[in-house]
Design a protein around this ligand. Structure first.
Ligand code: UD1
Ligand code: PEP
Length: 425
């Protein structure tokens, strides 16, 4: 069991290095499995638990994968895939499991999904994925916890998503790249990670038009080749470090962050009193003024990212007035409120809306990370809490943010990552 121990009170100052994007590298590992020969090289790979699980899963289906963690580089040889089974023991531990399906369908004619993990955020349906595969000619058989998908040669078709699902778009694009003929995907996701995956697939030889417009056209090709690709910066990691400056009233320089990718998050933080300034390739983030309350409505890109809703809830606890948060993407993403309330916050939740009554001084205590972003939000809360905040399960934080304790300490925070034994608890 991993736990994080945060002693609050330090103002964060200094330089933070932003990791490569979790939500781009996971589909890229899935994409690498589409190449029938050669070795794919992915650079700027975040050293996070989800990538370690994706490596294990790729190995379980027969790929040869080396994760050179100190070089942040993955080398993937998918020339021999041997098993269509995504085994429960690995597949249940992260969401990226779903992104292996298109390659298994193309390479082996079937995919057996024994489980799918990821953050527990309420319903996380996959009907758009399955309906898309069916329209391309696959047969989907859902039996209790195992999903069996079979396909001969997939054939291009008009597809749509009821809402612009992030992994749904990536999966249908990947499925269409090697399908026979043309596929048009309507209501496709616009997230920068989706565009980065399309850039990699295009380099591999795929014919894809319309990324970023909501209408994606894919002309199927015969083969895709292994390529080298550098993973884009993680906008969620950048958002968290910007909020670490915001909550502590500090000043940080973010290396490897892309301000444009923050979308509405940038403007909301500015309204709270945070200042952003780009200087060439680095991003300065500072907060000197008192924190103002905020109104947040989560949405698909470029709207306010749902994954930054928990972190901004923590910041809103310190704002001078009442903040309103409306979660529109997931129906169960407010577990953080109860944990922040244990620390002294005053947050009321009603359905998909939360009201944060600020400012409330926070005090450290034992709290629970219910998912990845509520975990990192509790680290932010711990930075300003009086005394010590202990957060379990730290594994959830490690799923998506690399070397959190080291990077926070480099900014002057007092954050430790500890391995706890049952006897400690
Ligand atoms: C690995 C990865 O990239 N994870 C991200 C991805 O998750 P993920 O791709 O799972 O999120 P989606 O965009 O698919 O889901 C958004 C909403 O659509 C619904 N839905 C989705 C698909 C479907 O077939 N049917 C359906 O009803 C879901 O229940 C959810 O309410 O996008 C989310 C929304 O930006 C982020 O929080 C996650 O960090
Ligand atoms: C919801 C998230 O991740 P996943 O989709 O991998 O569970 C997240 O990154 O906050």
């Amino acid at each position: 069991m991993v736990r994080y121990r945060v002693r609050g009170g330090n103002v964060l100052r200094g330089t933070a290095f932003i990791q490569g994007a979790k939500n781009a590298v996971l589909p890229m590992i899935g994409a690498a499995l589409l190449a029938t020969e050669g070795r794919t090289v992915l650079r700027n790979v975040p050293v996070i638990e989800d990538v370690r699980r994706a490596v294990e899963l790729a190995q379980a289906v027969g790929a040869t994968v080396e994760f050179h963690e100190s070089e942040r580089t993955l080398v993937i040889d998918a020339s021999r895939l041997t098993s269509p089974v995504l085994p429960a023991a690995i597949a249940n531990r992260f969401r990226g499991t779903v992104l292996f399906v298109p390659a298994l369908l193309h390479r082996l004619g079937e995919a057996v999904i024994e489980g799918i993990g990821g953050c527990n955020l309420g319903s996380r349906n996959l009907d758009f994925h399955y309906n898309g595969y069916k329209r391309l000619g696959a047969v989907v058989n859902e039996q209790e916890s195992v999903i069996h998908i079979k396909a001969g040669k997939l054939v291009g078709a008009p597809l749509y998503l009821d809402t612009p699902s992030h992994t749904g778009t990536e999966n249908l694009v990947m499925a269409a790249t090697l399908a026979k003929g043309t596929t048009v995907i309507e209501n496709a996701a616009l997230e920068p990670e989706v565009l980065d995956v399309i850039a990699m697939l295009t380099r591999m030889g795929a014919k894809i038009r319309g990324g970023g417009t909501g209408f994606i056209t894919v002309e199927g090709v015969e083969n895709l080749k292994a390529v080298e690709h550098t993973v884009m910066p993680d906008r969620l990691d950048a958002g968290v470090f910007a909020m670490a400056a915001a909550i502590t009233g500090g000043e940080v320089t973010l290396v490897g962050a892309e301000l444009q990718h923050l979308g509405v998050v940038r403007w909301k933080l500015e309204q709270m009193g945070v200042e952003f300034e780009t200087n060439g390739a680095v991003l300065h983030v500072r907060r000197e003024k008192p924190l103002r309350p905020i109104n947040v409505i989560t949405d698909t890109y470029p709207g306010f990212a749902t994954d930054l809703q928990s972190p901004i809830m923590a910041v809103a606890c310190l704002a001078d007035g009442t903040s309103y948060i409306h979660e529109r993407i997931f129906d169960g993403r407010f577990a953080l409120a109860g944990e922040l309330n244990k620390m002294g916050a005053k947050i009321e939740v009603q359905g998909s809306r939360a009201v944060v009554h600020g400012p409330t001084p926070l005090r450290g205590t034992q709290v629970t990370a219910h998912d990845l972003r509520s975990g990192i939000a509790l680290v932010l809360a711990g930075l300003v809490a009086e005394g010590e905040t202990v957060i379990e399960s730290g594994y959830l934080i490690d799923r998506g943010h690399s070397a959190v304790a080291e990077r926070m300490r480099a900014l002057g925070a007092n954050v430790e990552r500890e391995i706890s034994t049952p006897a400690d608890r």
